[in-house]
Each structure stands twice: as structure tokens, then as C-alpha cells.
Design a protein around this ligand. Structure first.
Ligand code: SAH
Length: 366
């Protein structure tokens, strides 16, 4: 081992990918395979105590304990919903809060992961937007959500969707390594088909993503034409549909079995008519697609209303008849404000609902 000086800033090992930890160990003068073992201890076994890492030499363990750390977000609040969905409010090292949602469904378990504290994109129907943008999450804060969920469940979730707070492609450099760790055999071993990045459509970042990652793609479309999408998803003014749709198509072009999942929030009287369905069918022509119709989840201060279920069904049937696979997303966890678009974090939650009065408060546990 080299005798590099001890610095004040400890590297948090939770945020290192396999390549990252190998390099880090090599720089310490240690064997890269010890790095891989540590990665396995942390993510596969949930171990946060260096002393428990029995296949790592004692000297190295002592040095790691001095110079590095294994730091995870703290669960500030655990809120179970009636349908088995659980929402965690996580407190980060600087006191910021983000939310993670766990959604069980038979044999499957999906966790909905946040990528930013707040969001800058200002979609008009999303409550995270009301909080504004605060900061990007780091790799360890993103993968830390999967770590916590795995410990709470006793196993890794089967699916991860980057559909919590924030725009993942606006935090590219942290989201990509975190998604790599989700797929990593030494960590969570979730297949690329079951890791889904959801984006409002930052086209250059989407094109970059294609070069480095092969996860599944969901795109928040919500409108079949630019005029309406400009209103609902303002990033459309920068990257309009004529740029977005080809970029999405290119993302899956290398694999004929793949489809883009288009998310389409059903807003009463805004985007839910037959004419909108027809326009959507034209827009998606030739692009392998699945459409997820999401009943709008209301939140205090929003003017929109949810489309009536029969209108959603008519819309869905239209798409189906045109050969577009389409399903209506079940609303899960809405009784605890954990449904899509209801994640708001600290700013409003704190004042409105007085989190501390809700009894189930627990520390993160190994
Ligand atoms: N920023 C990313 C991921 C965040 S949200 C994105 O835009 O895709 C995940 C999904 O929930 C998005 O499709 C988003 O548009 C949708 N959503 C936001 N607010 C909603 C609401 N109030 N009701 C239903 N869906 C909503």
C-alpha cells in the first residue's frame, strides 16, 4: 500500500461503480479485486461495517475505515399506503429531502427513484415542479435509494424506474453510473430491460445516453402536437417533437424487440379527446411504441382534473385499434401522495403535513 496522506474529505464508497472502485483501490496501492469484494459487501450484502468484510485484509480494512466511508441517506419517514405501496422520505447529508416509492405487484417489486432535489423543468401538471430546482443527487444518493429499498425488502427490487423527483437526463453524470450499479452483477443484478429511465425529452442528453447505456426508455409525451406540449412540458419549446421523436426512435433502433414507452397523463378536457388520440397515432407512426395512459393525480394547488375513466378507455381503444399497445396505469399510493407527480419533498410537505407527527420514523438500517 502507498502512504498517501489522509485527507479530510472521505470518499463515500457507496457511489463508486465497479470500474470506479477498482481504480480507487489501485490508487490506494491495493488489489482491485479487494475493491470488487467491498462493492459486493456494500451492495449485495448491505454491509456498512468494514470489520464485517472478512475477505478483505485487516490492514486494508483499517485504512478504509480511516480514509473512506459508507454513507447512505437516512429514512426520515416511512409511509405505507393501503395498497402496499410505501413512500420513504429520505434525508440527505445536507438536510435536503427526496422521496422514493416502493410498489409491490405480485412477484414483482418496483422502486421509483429520484434523481434531483426538486426539478427545473416546470411541467404544469407536476407537483415536484412547484418546489423548483434545488440540486442534483450524487451517485451515492441515487443508488442509496436502491440500497435502502433492498434492505427494507430483504432483496433487490425486480424493477427500477427513474420516475421520482427530478429529470434524470439533467443529471446525466450521476444517473448513468447509478444505473450501471443497478445492473451490475456484483451489486443489484437488475436486467437492462427492468431499469427504466423516464425523461421529459432532453434530446442531446438522450443521444448521449444511447452511446453509454442500454436501459429501457420512457418518455413523458403528454401531448401529440407542439402547441399543447409547449404548455404542458415547457422543455418542448427547446426540443420540439420533430427532434424528440426521431431521437427516441434512434434510441431503440439497434434492437427490433424494443419499444419506447410513452407516458401520457390524462387531463380532463386538455389532451384526452378523440382528435388527440388520432394525432397521437399519426405522431407515433413507424415508431415501436407502448403508450402508458396515466390518470392525472391531483395535488393541492393544481387546476387540472383527471379525465373520466370512460374517456380514458375510449382513448385507449382508439390506440389499440391503430395497433398501438396501450395500458392505463394503475394509480398506486395516492392516499399517501406517492402517486406519479405527487412527490414534492420538503418544501411543501413540511409546512402542510407536519411529517414529524406521523409515527413511523426510523433510522436507516443495515
Ligand atoms: N422528469 C422525468 C421523470 C419524472 S415523473 C419525466 O418527466 O419523465 C414520472 C412521470 O409522472 C412523468 O411522465 C410525469 O410527466 C408524470 N407526472 C407528473 N405529474 C403527474 C401528475 N400529477 N399525475 C400523473 N402523472 C404525472
Amino acid at each position: 500500500m502507498s502512504d498517501a496522506p489522509v485527507t479530510d474529505v472521505k470518499t463515500n464508497l457507496v457511489g463508486l461503480t465497479k470500474e470506479g472502485i477498482e481504480t480507487f483501490f489501485a490508487d490506494l496501492g491495493a488489489k482491485p479485486f479487494h475493491g470488487r469484494n467491498v462493492l459486493k459487501w456494500i451492495h449485495k450484502h448491505g454491509v456498512t461495517d468494514f470489520d464485517a468484510m472478512t475477505d478483505v485484509p485487516q490492514k486494508l480494512r483499517e485504512r478504509l475505515a480511516r480514509e473512506t466511508e459508507i454513507r447512505l441517506p437516512r429514512i426520515a419517514l416511512e409511509q405505507p399506503a393501503g395498497d402496499g405501496t410505501v413512500k420513504w422520505v429520505l434525508e440527505l447529508a445536507d438536510g435536503q429531502h427526496v422521496e422514493t416509492v416502493y410498489i409491490p405487484e405480485g412477484d414483482r417489486s418496483t422502486i421509483c427513484v429520484s434523481s434531483q432535489v426538486g426539478c427545473a423543468l416546470d411541467c404544469s401538471f407536476c407537483s415536484t415542479a412547484q418546489q423548483g430546482f434545488n440540486r442534483n443527487l450524487t451517485v451515492d444518493e441515487i443508488i442509496g435509494q436502491v440500497w435502502l429499498a433492498s434492505r427494507a425488502l430483504g432483496r433487490a427490487p425486480t424493477n427500477v424506474v427513474m420516475m421520482g423527483m427530478g429529470e434524470p437526463l439533467a443529471n446525466f453524470d450521476n444517473v448513468v453510473p447509478a444505473m450501471d450499479l443497478m445492473q451490475e452483477d456484483l451489486a443489484y443484478m437488475i436486467s437492462k430491460a427492468r431499469v427504466t429511465l423516464s425523461t421529459s425529452g432532453i434530446v442531446p442528453a438522450l443521444r448521449r445516453l444511447r452511446e453509454v447505456s442500454d436501459v429501457s426508455l420512457a418518455v413523458s409525451l403528454h401531448a401529440p402536437d407542439n402547441a399543447l406540449r409547449d404548455q404542458l412540458v415547457p422543455i418542448n419549446r427547446k426540443y420540439p417533437l420533430e427532434e424528440l421523436i426521431p431521437a427516441c426512435h434512434d434510441f431503440i433502433r439497434h434492437d427490433r424487440r424494443r419499444k419506447i414507452t410513452w407516458e401520457y397523463v390524462m387531463l380532463d378536457g386538455i389532451n384526452d379527446s378523440i382528435a388527440h388520440a388520432k394525432a397521437l397515432i399519426r405522431l407515433l407512426q413507424g415508431v415501436p411504441s407502448k403508450v402508458n395512459l396515466i390518470p392525472f393525480n391531483p395535488f393541492p394547488g393544481s387546476d387540472y382534473k383527471t379525465s373520466p375513466p370512460d374517456r380514458v378507455e375510449v382513448f385507449r381503444q382508439r390506440l389499440k385499434r391503430a395497433g398501438i399497445m396501450s395500458m392505463t396505469r394503475k394509480t398506486r399510493g395516492d392516499d399517501i401522495d406517492a402517486a406519479c407527480g405527487q412527490l414534492v419533498g420538503k418544501v411543501r410537505d413540511r409546512s402542510r403535513r407536519q411529517l414529524r407527527r406521523i409515527p413511523i420514523v426510523q433510522e436507516s438500517r443495515p
